[in-house]
Design a protein around this ligand. Sequence first.
Ligand SMILES: *[C@@H]1O[C@H](CO)[C@@H](O)[C@H](O)[C@H]1NC(C)=O
Ligand SMILES: *[C@@H]1O[C@H](CO)[C@@H](O)[C@H](O)[C@H]1NC(C)=O
Ligand SMILES: *[C@@H]1O[C@H](CO)[C@@H](O)[C@H](O)[C@H]1NC(C)=O
Length: 271
Amino acid sequence: MKFKILLYLYLLFQTLVVTNAENCDYRSVGGDTEGEECYKKELLLTVAHSPNQMTVHNNTLYFSFDIGNGEYSPATIQLETKKTSMLKGIKDAYAMTTDRDNGDVYFGGGHGIYKFKPAKKSLKKLAFKGLDIWWLMYHRELYYIRFPSLNSYRYTNKTIRPVKALEDISVHQFVFDKRDNLIFINSTGLYGVEDGTNTAVLIQDDPKFYVLARDKYGVVHACTDEGIFKVHGMREATKLIDIADVLGLTFDDESNIIYSDARNLYRLLSV
Ligand SMILES: *[C@@H]1O[C@H](CO)[C@@H](O)[C@H](O)[C@H]1NC(C)=O
Ligand SMILES: *[C@@H]1O[C@H](CO)[C@@H](O)[C@H](O)[C@H]1NC(C)=O
Ligand SMILES: *[C@@H]1O[C@H](CO)[C@@H](O)[C@H](O)[C@H]1NC(C)=O
């Protein structure tokens, strides 16, 4: 009797696993040595007007959305509970990033840069005058791209310096990979600057790349109109998942993909 029940449970479990596996919302596509992966899509939130840059720390997703007057309001989603809250006191948070070492979150937009400490819930405006931020990225120090020039800078110890490798180039987004290569996109293509050099090398100019993000392991991901790609060092980008029209990309604490399209925020859980 006991055995029969166990066998029954075992078969049921098998069926569930198989059904689940066949119920993928997305499957990873070729070009990867890790084998095919199956992803379930989890809807996190639907909002009016597209969220753009997003960041995660301590199971909290930070994002922003256009509240209708051209300014982006920051908000959070607790990934466990899906509880959503607005973050008050920040005027325009078009861009954002996290210092993963101490959990500080930076927001940037038409009114400069703000630093938020989640544990203390304290907010500070950094002393910049007339600064409009297009992109923010924290990697040992704070990096930013100014709007409308799209020139890149780094900020530490109250000092602003241009990013040498990107001087006089207009850049849309950039991140560092695990080897400290600087990977960037601009209207011409996807480029890499090897650590220790100042020369941009073209990785790919077709298809057009719009979005960049680095996962927990330092692997850079890039998006086009038709999918999410993995960038392999300075060599090439190969498609990982067929998803159209990704506008924002980030990773949760376990390195699951979180992305936004024009109206929705989703997480992809690999099954
Ligand atoms: C992480 O989040 C939990 C739950 O929201 C909170 O209690 C804890 O203080 C947070 N830790 C840090 C380092 O912010
Ligand atoms: C910032 O200041 C600290 C302490 O003076 C120093 O150790 C660090 O190297 C400085 N960082 C940069 C990028 O200059
Ligand atoms: C994009 O970057 C490349 C590499 O530095 C540069 O040659 C090109 O002129 C840049 N495009 C724009 C529009 O600035």
